[in-house]
Design a protein around this ligand. Structure first.
Ligand code: GLP
Length: 264
């Protein structure tokens, strides 16, 4: 795992977008794992900007989102499909047929989850997985006590997650679905590269647990410590509780991989 500290949330999101763009330039048929949430909105804004200004090409790219609420149709404005259409897919030249989210309105949810895993497998696996972290330390909707080897399945949401996501629902917490389909932690860890973006002071304590605490299913983001190529990009506010801050900064300043990102 590598932790990269950026001065602001904007700079952190921009760096994540540039890392994705770099991979997409190297491999136009990239299989990209995508995430939702407020943190990601800026990343998608930067990617859309790069498409417009620099002709960043998404035409051959395939995407798989982490999760979707159970019971929401794709056209529901609170669904993650709607979010993705609005924040990214409608703003770049991606072929919608190459964009995938679990269908939370499927009649047979277990079959839908199996099918989702098969589709990822048939695409050759995920090259780059984008992640955020929930207030309770979840990745995707892998709530506390999710098995560290879990695959795509239906999960009940915790009250903390329902509260956290209530702000995005007209009607507040009462309107938030109680269940979701989510890639498992095993599914996420199978991705070749992982980019995790965490910003804001309210995430500082959970970020410290995820990055520097023990690996535990109580904080499912801590499972990322097992991944051989996981970058965690954060802003100063989120980094406040990290004990190894000075070392992380030193690595970013000195590792050859980061030189091209320092020069701008
Ligand atoms: C939801 C998503 C997570 C995301 C989290 C963070 O719970 N299922 O994938 O990481 O929101 O949201 P925000 O960026 O709004 O803090």
């Amino acid at each position: 795992m590598e932790v990269i500290i950026q001065p602001t949330a904007e700079k952190a999101a921009e760096l994540v977008a540039r890392l994705i763009a770099k991979r997409l330039l190297e491999k136009p048929t990239l299989v990209l794992g995508l995430a939702t949430g407020r943190t990601m909105e800026q990343v998608y804004g930067y990617l859309a900007g790069m498409h417009q200004r620099e002709r960043l090409d998404f035409s051959l790219c395939r995407t798989f989102n982490l999760d979707e609420y159970v019971g929401l149709a794709p056209e529901d404005s609170h669904s993650y499909r709607y979010y993705m259409n609005q924040h990214l897919f409608s703003r770049v030249n991606i072929d919608r047929r190459n964009t995938h989210l679990p269908n939370g309105a499927a009649r047979d949810l277990a079959a839908e989850c199996r099918h989702y895993e098969e589709m990822i497998h048939d695409c050759g696996g995920i090259d780059v997985q984008l992640l955020g972290i929930g207030a309770d330390g979840h990745i995707g909707f892998n709530e506390p006590l999710s098995a560290l080897r879990s695959r795509t399945r239906e999960k009940a949401l915790t009250p903390a997650t329902i509260r956290q996501n209530a702000a995005l629902f007209r009607g507040g917490a009462k309107a938030v679905p109680r269940r979701a389909l989510t890639m498992g932690i095993g599914t996420i860890l199978d991705a070749s590269h992982i980019l995790t973006l965490v910003t804001g002071a309210e995430k500082a304590a959970i970020l410290a647990k995820a990055v520097e605490g023990p690996i535990t299913s109580m904080v499912t983001a801590s499972a990322l410590q097992l991944h051989p190529d996981c970058k965690v990009i954060v802003d100063e506010a989120a980094a406040k509780r990290l004990r190894g801050r000075a070392y992380y900064r030193w690595i970013f300043q000195n590792e050859p991989e980061w030189q091209e990102f320092l020069q701008r």
